[in-house]
Design a protein around this ligand. Structure first.
Ligand SMILES: [Zn+2]
Length: 100
């Protein structure tokens, strides 16, 4: 099976990048009025940076924080200060943190 990525702007899934490390964010959830008594209106999407708990490879970690002294696995994306969470609003603007 071949996975194809939709180009952004066609109404499909958009690709968003971590504002700190630049890694592509992972879609985590959507938020909105999804409870059974609510309208079902979607407000936006919730994303997480996969580097929030550390980088996959030493090369990536060193590239992100070249001046770091010590073990590379201590290096984490700065988005960890807000749990690696990002979210978009209805207009598709990306914010740091988690929607209330
Ligand atoms: Zn990041």
């Amino acid at each position: 099976m071949r996975l194809t990525r939709k180009a952004s702007g066609d109404g499909g899934e958009i690709s968003v990048e971590c504002t700190s490390c630049g890694h592509e964010l992972v879609h985590y959830d959507s938020y909105g009025l999804f409870a059974s008594h609510q309208s079902g209106e979607k407000f936006g999407d919730i994303y997480r940076c996969p580097n929030e708990e550390g980088f996959e490879t030493e090369a990536e970690a060193r590239e992100y924080e070249p001046e770091h002294e010590g073990d590379w696995d201590e290096i984490v994306c700065l988005s960890s200060t807000h749990n690696g969470s990002f979210y978009t609003d209805k207009g598709g603007t990306l914010y740091e943190g988690y929607p209330c």
